[in-house]
Design a protein around this ligand. Structure first.
Ligand code: OFO
Length: 168
């Protein structure tokens, strides 16, 4: 059983993950609209990963006899739809999510909730990967500096992203 504070924070994190999913879905649409199917695929895979993250927390709360309280999801706001803008937005968002996980972990510790503390370890490692993945593409985009041939090659590479088995 979680403390009421931890339970509320876990519910909030479910919402953060679902909001992430929704944001990535909007990015997938924005990329597709520009004729970048590989970029769109990358964001779509990320959308699915976020749904899995939300589901992991959802299951954990229920497994410990907690109460799920779903909250509303806001309309995604994407200011810069260029390929670089989309990935910079993704990186900024993942940094925000990393901070959410760290705060959640701190809370679990302060409430002596060892099960939640251990459960969140997976998310801490996952966030390292999430940030690195976005950074890798940003580096590639900076390297080609908007060159269309370079963009074409990156798009082809991103088309190959599949859902990772470990995440699923
Ligand atoms: Fe769930 O990690 Fe991204 O947002």
């Amino acid at each position: 059983m979680h403390s009421s504070k931890v339970e509320a924070a876990l519910n909030k994190q479910i919402n953060e993950e679902l909001q992430s999913a929704y944001n990535y879905l909007a990015m997938a649409a924005a990329a597709d609209a520009q004729g970048l199917p590989g970029f769109s695929n990358w964001f779509k895979m990320q959308y699915q990963e976020e749904l899995i993250h939300a589901d992991k927390i959802f299951n954990f709360v229920l497994e410990r006899d907690g109460k799920i309280e779903l909250q509303s999801i806001a309309q995604p706001e994407i200011k810069d739809v260029t390929p670089l803008g989309l990935f910079e937005n993704a990186l900024a968002h993942e940094r925000h999510i990393s901070n959410c996980i760290f705060e959640l972990k701190d809370l679990a510790r302060s409430e002596s909730d060892h099960a939640t503390d251990v459960f969140l370890e997976w998310f801490v490692s996952e966030q390292v990967e999430e940030e690195a993945n976005a950074r890798t593409v940003i580096d590639q985009l900076n390297m080609v500096e908007g060159n269309r041939n370079g963009l074409f090659l990156i798009d082809r590479e991103l088309a190959g992203r599949k859902l990772e088995e470990e995440t699923a």
